[in-house]
Design a protein around this ligand. Sequence first.
Ligand SMILES: C[S@@+](CC[C@H](N)C(=O)[O-])C[C@H]1O[C@@H](n2cnc3c(N)ncnc32)[C@H](O)[C@@H]1O
Length: 316
Amino acid sequence: MGMLANRLLKNKKKLAKWAAKQGIECYRIYQQDIPEYPLIVDLYGDCAVVWANRRKRDETDAEVQAFLGEVRSEITTALDLAPGKLFLKQRHPGGQYRRQDEEPHWLTVREGGLLFKVNLSNYHDTGLFLDHRPTRRYVRERAQDRRVLNLFCYTGSFTVYAAAAGAKSTTSVDLSKRYLDWLDDNLTLNRFSGEHYLVQADVRLWLERAAERGLSYDIIICDPPTFSNSKRTEELFDVVRDHSELLNAALFLLRPGGFMIFSTNKRGFALDSDIARRWKCLDITAATTDPDFAGRVHHQAWLISANRISGKANVD
Ligand SMILES: C[S@@+](CC[C@H](N)C(=O)[O-])C[C@H]1O[C@@H](n2cnc3c(N)ncnc32)[C@H](O)[C@@H]1O
């Protein structure tokens, strides 16, 4: 067994007990731990999803294929994967991932006693961002009887947690019809009915209309992409440049006593000083980090509210 397989075994051994105890079947076991193996490896039940960066030293296609072959073999051995249970996505120098498997591989996974539909093969992401598991728990613990707004909702994992808590209503906004349909499937899987509004819209445009209509929410989740096309300006949304305007527009809808969770995966991100001055902002990154992401690059998150909060956040 090689260096990669040994590390995978060691990491899995370290995390498996914790995951089992928490009822978690999807978790990260490797993220760029060894420079020679620039990979991410996530477990989804008895399957593994692997994102492979191309190494600079592999110049020819034959070298790349040899590396990927080694990766496949080491991972299959270390994790004792059955045939067809390894899903490999290959990243190119331009940052694009090539789809390795054309056939969709849908799976229903369980997290926190809830069910989520994931697709391990067709998209860059599976439908469930594993790093936000503790953030989802945080929402669940506070969403009972609350009006919850989930901006950039993707497949609605935050919405499902809020519904599980007994939220008074949820409103989920995303540009993508495909992701909203996926969210709908996730709600159906968990047999949640009630006031769950799914809105296909550009978030910034929708926030303007919501303010005009006097809509307001107790909990707002705002987890935008780093970049996105906006129909409003025909310009790219850039989280560094535009988060202040976005957050002010969203916070305008916050009800007294409510809070927003703002999160970004942009590396080196710093919250705008104007937001930090006008609102009470608590960095909850450490508090929203489970053991499988500890010490790894992942999201940064803030709890933003109108009430002064001091000290360290304790999410558990
Ligand atoms: C980073 S994902 C959000 C992840 C989600 N919060 C979660 O934890 O599952 C970004 C989402 O934003 C959506 N999106 C991108 N630009 C948008 C825009 N201008 N308005 C609405 N949704 C947008 C994408 O379709 C995608 O679903």
